[in-house]
Design a protein around this ligand. Structure first.
Ligand code: PAF
Length: 320
C-alpha cells in the first residue's frame, strides 16, 4: 500500500516514520521546500516511549505528485481545504483519504473535496511534540480508531492492518461523528486552558479553579453534542477528560505548542466550533465563547507581549 502523509507536524512525522519502518511505501508531503530538503537529507528522528530512532522518509513538495492508495491528512484544521485541493488530482479513483485531525469540520471538508465515499475519519490518542524539523518526541501512546466501518470492508481492514504493522493500537468503528465529537470534547476541555495557562495537560485537574472551568467547558460541549443527537463514545465526559489529562500528563497540548511558536491555533475548530454548533441548536456556551475569544486575543497579540523582567533585565517599567 502506497501511503502519502500530508503535513510534517508531530503526528505526520510519527505516522510517516513508523509506516516506513514497517516496510510500507510511505512518503511525506511538505509545502515548505527547505524543510522538505532537510528531512530528505537527515530523515525523521523520533525519541520517546518506543526508544530513540531515525527513519529515512522521502519528502515531496506539492510540485512532485504521487499516486497514493491512502492519503493521511495531518495538517492543522485551518489548512485542511488547501491541502486537500492540492492533492485532489493525485488520488486514484479507488484511493482513500483519512483524517485523524483535531476539531470539527475536517471530515466534511474532505468529503466535499474528494466525495463522501473516499473519505475516512477518526481519532488518535498518540501524543507527539515537534522538537525541530523532522524531529519529534513520541510522548504518549493511545488508541487510534477509524471509520466508517460498515463491516467486512476490505479497504478499511487493509488500512487498519498498516497501522497495526506500524505498531499502533487501532480499531474500526461504525460512526465517525461519534468519534470526532468524543475527541472534540476532550480537546475543548484541555487545549485552550493549556494554551492560556502555559501548563502541561497533567497540571489542569490539579488547579482547583481551572478544573472547575474545565467542568463548565465540558458540560457545555456535552449539552451541544446531545442537542445535535450525538451519542458520545464514553459515558462520563468529565471523567474522560480528566483521564486524558492524567494519561497525557507530560504532553504539551497541540494548542500550547502553537501558542509557544506564535502560530495560528485550532481554536475556531475546537471551542469555537462548540459555540457555533451551540448557536445552531439553541444551547448557550458562554465559557467556550470566552476561551475562544481569549485564545483569539492571544493569537492577535503575539507581537505585543510585555517582556518578562526576569528574562529582559533592561526593562525598567518600575511597575509594582
Ligand atoms: O491536541 C492535543 O494535544 C491532544 O489531542 C490531547 C489529547 C489534548 C493530548 O495532548
Amino acid at each position: 500500500m502506497k501511503i502519502l502523509v500530508v503535513g510534517p507536524g508531530a503526528v505526520g512525522c510519527l505516522f510517516a516514520a513508523r509506516f516506513r519502518k514497517a516496510g510500507y511505501d510511505a512518503t511525506l508531503l511538505d509545502y515548505r521546500p527547505e524543510r522538505a530538503d532537510r528531512i530528505n537529507r537527515e530523515g525523521i528522528f523520533i525519541e520517546g516511549i518506543l526508544g530513540d530512532y531515525r527513519v529515512e522518509v522521502p519528502v515531496i513538495t506539492p510540485e512532485a505528485p504521487s499516486r497514493p492508495d491512502l492519503a493521511l491528512i495531518c495538517v492543522k484544521a485551518n489548512q485542511t481545504r488547501q491541502a486537500a485541493e492540492q492533492i485532489a488530482d493525485w488520488l486514484p479513483a479507488e484511493g482513500r483519504v483519512l483524517t485523524l485531525q483535531n476539531g470539527l469540520g475536517n471530515f466534511e471538508v474532505l468529503q466535499d473535496v474528494f466525495g463522501p465515499e473516499r473519505v475516512l475519519g477518526g481519532i488518535t490518542a498518540e501524543g507527539a511534540t515537534v522538537l525541530g524539523p523532522g524531529r519529534i518526541r513520541h510522548a504518549g501512546r493511545g488508541d487510534t480508531v477509524i471509520g466508517p466501518d460498515p463491516g467486512r470492508d476490505e479497504t478499511i481492514e487493509q488500512i487498519a492492518e498498516a497501522f497495526r504493522q506500524a505498531g499502533f493500537a487501532i480499531r474500526t468503528a461504525e460512526r465517525v461523528d461519534q468519534l470526532i465529537w468524543g475527541k472534540l470534547i476532550v480537546n475543548a476541555g484541555i487545549n485552550a486552558l493549556t494554551a492560556l495557562l502555559r501548563v502541561k495537560n497533567g497540571r489542569l485537574p490539579e488547579l482547583p479553579t481551572v478544573s472547575r472551568l474545565m467542568d463548565d467547558l465540558v458540560r457545555e460541549a456535552t449539552a451541544v453534542a446531545a442537542a445535535r443527537g450525538i451519542t458520545l463514545p464514553y459515558p462520563d465526559p468529565i471523567g474522560r477528560v480528566m483521564e486524558v489529562c492524567r494519561a497525557t500528563a507530560d504532553n504539551i497540548a497541540s494548542m500550547l505548542q502553537d501558542v509557544l511558536k506564535e502560530r495560528p491555533t485550532e481554536i475556531a475548530h475546537i471551542n469555537g466550533a462548540i459555540v457555533t454548533e451551540g448557536e445552531r441548536c439553541g444551547v448557550s456556551t458562554p465559557i467556550n465563547r470566552a476561551l475562544t475569544w481569549l485564545v483569539q486575543g492571544l493569537e492577535n497579540s503575539y507581537a505585543e507581549r510585555v517582556p518578562d523582567p526576569k528574562t529582559s533585565p533592561g526593562d525598567r517599567t518600575g511597575a509594582g
